[in-house]
Design a protein. Structure first.
Length: 93
């Protein structure tokens, strides 16, 4: 069942600023879900070692490096959209 009709998304493309804001929101979800997956992969979402690595690689660095570099430092790779798609129920896994 469709929750939203196509007309409900027309406002996304009415102006470039709204569309870009929506894209940023979606990209933030990609990063959020991928970082959370790092905790899930340990078997403990409260894993202190992973939390410390996240703090050291991302949160405590401020604006000292590009965000993509900070993410790569934490995860050792580029972000993967698979985790966001899975979280939204858009994959078969």
């Amino acid at each position: 069942i469709m929750r939203h009709r196509p007309a409900h998304f027309l406002h996304l493309f009415a102006t470039s600023s709204y569309a870009s804001g929506y894209y940023v929101y979606q990209w933030a979800q990609v990063l959020d879900n991928d970082v959370f997956a790092a905790f899930e992969e340990t078997g403990d979402v409260f894993d202190t070692e992973t939390a410390e690595r996240c703090r050291a690689c991302i949160y405590s660095t401020g604006n000292t490096a590009a965000p993509e570099e900070l993410f790569k430092k934490f995860r050792g790779r580029d972000p993967d959209v698979t985790y966001m798609l899975k979280n939204k129920g858009l994959t078969s896994q």
